[in-house]
Design a protein around this ligand. Sequence first.
Ligand code: LFR
Length: 470
Amino acid sequence: MLKYCLSVDIGASSGRLILGHVENQQLQIQEVHRFENKMIEKKGQFCWDIDSLFSEIIKGIKKCHQLGINPVSIGIDTWAVDFVLLDENDQLLTNAVAYRDPRTDGMMEEVTSIIMKERLYLETGIQFQKFNTIYQLYSLKKRDPEILKRAKSFLMIPDYLHFLLTGVKANEYTNATSTQLINAFTKKWDKEIIEKLGLNFEMFQEIKMPKSKLAPIKQELVREIGFEMDVILPATHDTGSAVLAVPELADTIYLSSGTWSLIGVENHFPICVTKALDYNFTNEGGMDYQFRFLKNIMGLWMIQEVKRNFDNQYSFSEFVEQARDEQFHSIVDVDDPRFLKPVNMINEIQQYCQETNQPVPERPGQIAKCVFDSLANSYKKAIEEIEDIFEKSFNRINVIGGGCQNELLNQSLANVTNKEVFAGPIEATAIGNLVSQLIAVDELKDIHHARGIIKQSFEVKKYVSQLIEK
Ligand code: LFR
C-alpha cells in the first residue's frame, strides 16, 4: 500500500496543501488545496488570521479524503519568528501579530543595550533583524507586561496549528532558532538571555526535532474528517524545509525565492565570526542539526507590494514581460528597512531613485525592472560576502521556490554573477516538508536518499551568462 503524507506550507501570501508519496523511485506530489494569506488589522496591529488559516487546513484535509486518499501523516510549515501566547487554560492571550508590524521599532537597540550584540551573535548565531521574536517579545514586555506575566505557553505559528490538531504543545527546533533565543551550540533555549531580558523562561516548551512524531490528531477532528493520522514535524520554518529540497548542495549557493529571498549555503556548524556578524549572516538551525548560513534579502515582497499598489491590474508574469521590454536601469538598496512595510512601495522606490539622482521609474515595466535589477544586485553582493567568508568561490546557484519561475531574474542573476544558475524545484518548501515526514514513515532512508530522489523527480532549468566576456 502506498503511504501518502500531507504537507501544509503557508507563506506570507498564500498557503497550500500538497500530498506526496514515493513511487517508482520518484517523489510524486499533488496539490489538493490552495488559499490566500495576508495580514489583517486587529486592534491597530498587523496580524495573521490564524483561525481562517486553521479552517483552510481542515478544508484541505477533507479534500484529500474526498479524493480517496487518507494520508498517514501531516506536517505544517510557515514563515518564521511569529508566535502566540497561551494562558493556563491554553486559551490565546495574544493575536498572531505579524512581524512587519511596527511594534518592534527601536526594540533591537534596547535589547542590544542590555545584551551586547557580539554576545547575542556568539551564542545564538542569528542575524539581526528588527522583527526577530526576541524583539517582538521585548516590545510586548514593555507595552503589555501583564500579558507576558500571565503567559504559560509560547508557541510559534506552526506549533500552534499543530497544537490545534493534536492538543500537544511543543516548540519545533528549526523555527525556534529564528527567535534568536536558542543557543546555537547547546541547541536549547538560552536561559541566560531569556532571563536577562526579564522574559518568563517557563513559557517556552520542550524543543522537538523535525521527523519526530508529535501526536495523533484529536479524536474530535478524526470524527470530523473521517480518518486518523499523525502529526509528524517537518522543519516547520519554511526556509528550513525549502533548503532540504535543493537537489545538489556541493559547491552550490542556494537562493530560496519567495516573499523573502534567502541566500546562503548549508553548513555542519554555526559560523559566528566577526565578519559574519558584520555582513549580518544568520545560522538558522536545520534538520539533523545542520545550519543554514544565509542572509535575508527583501525578495519578491517588493513586487507583491507593487502589484497591490497597482490594484492588482497586472499579474506577476505581466510585470516580467513588461520589464523585459524596458531599457530602464536604476538600482535601489532593497535591504533598506524603508522597504519593509512602506505605505506605498511604488512611491518609496520612486523617492529612493530621486534621492540618489537616478532615473525615476514610472511605467509598470520600469518599476518592475528596477525591482528585479535591484534584487539581482543584492544577490550578487551577498554571494561576494559568502565567498569572502568561505575564502572560496562557488560555481553554482540553485534558485528554489515560487520565485524560480521568474526567468528574467534567473537570467540577470546568471549575467551579473557569471555563474551557472539552476532553477527548481518550484514547490521546494512543500517537498522539503514531505521529506521529513516520508523519512519518519520509512518511505525514504535519509536526507541523502531524499535528495537523490528529488533530483530525478523534478525539472531544474539551467541558465548561463549571456554577456560576452571581453
Ligand atoms: C521566509 C521566512 C524567512 C524569515 C521570514 C520571516 O518565508 O520564513 O526565512 O526570515 O520569512 O519570518
